[in-house]
Write a protein of this length. Structure first.
Length: 240
């Protein structure tokens, strides 16, 4: 985390690019004008229209895990912060794997999970007014993919759980009820309090996290308070 970064969107993009190719979010409606590499995360309405994705991060997730090449990491830069709430929570998925009970560890060994951008999309549409209907082109960009349930970090060799409530819909090769029950156990275990860091934003914070090691959640902002952040997302390699 880097405090007090008074950088422009272009500097945010240029810095992010040092770590890899930037991913362009499927919701082009919420790209920052002139900078498609930046997704605006915001609950602000201008002329009755959202300027950003107001419910980004409402479910635990690893950014863009629904692509063949999920994200290596994301950089979120605070633009406008509420006077209360608006925290971001991170859960350590290496710790989650290391502390899995033996029976769960053997249940996930060698398993693969299905990741889908659409996993919670309909539910999010019901819960709020942030999510536009997706066009056929947008749906074509987010076909579901399969990744190992336990991945190995390519730089430090540590194993991490790689499933999330936000994007993982089922475990391949298991009957639906068993898959759902196993995923629920993994979701609950992943976000035990001792695995979590809660980030309390300060003006101009730039937070850079590793999507191969962490899942994250937007803690929520009271409706009457404004919050706006800019996010870049760096492409990673195929999980193994
Ligand atoms: C996100 O999930 O990218 C946004 C997290 C947040 O708004 O705190």
């Amino acid at each position: 985390m880097f405090r007090d970064q008074r950088i422009t969107p272009q500097q945010h993009i240029d810095f992010s690019r040092r770590f890899g190719r930037l991913m362009i979010h499927v919701l082009h409606q919420f790209h920052l004008a002139g900078h498609p590499e930046i997704l605006t995360v915001s609950n602000i309405l201008e002329d009755g229209k959202p300027i950003g994705l107001g419910d980004a991060g409402k479910y635990w997730h690893s950014d863009i895990s629904y692509k063949e090449l999920p994200s290596l990491g994301s950089l979120l830069h605070a633009q406008e912060l509420p006077s209360e709430g608006g925290d971001t929570l991170f859960a350590n998925m290496h710790l989650a794997y290391d502390t899995l009970p033996a029976a769960l560890k053997s249940a996930v060994e060698g398993r693969r999970g299905v990741h889908s951008y659409l996993a919670q999309y309909g539910q999010l549409q019901k819960e709020g007014n942030w999510r536009p209907n997706l066009s056929a082109q947008q749906i074509a960009q987010v076909q579901e993919v399969v990744h190992p349930v336990v991945r190995t970090h390519p730089e430090n060799g540590r194993r991490a759980l790689f499933v999330s409530e936000g994007f993982t819909t089922r475990i391949e090769g298991l009957p639906d009820d068993e898959s759902r029950a196993l995923l629920n156990e993994l979701f609950v275990h992943s976000v035990r309090p001792e695995h979590i860091y809660r980030h309390k934003w300060q003006p101009h914070d730039l937070v850079f996290w590793d999507n191969r090691s962490l899942i994250h959640l937007a803690g929520g902002t009271p409706d009457h308070l404004r919050r706006k952040l800019y996010r870049t997302t760096i492409e990673g390699d195929a999980p193994f």
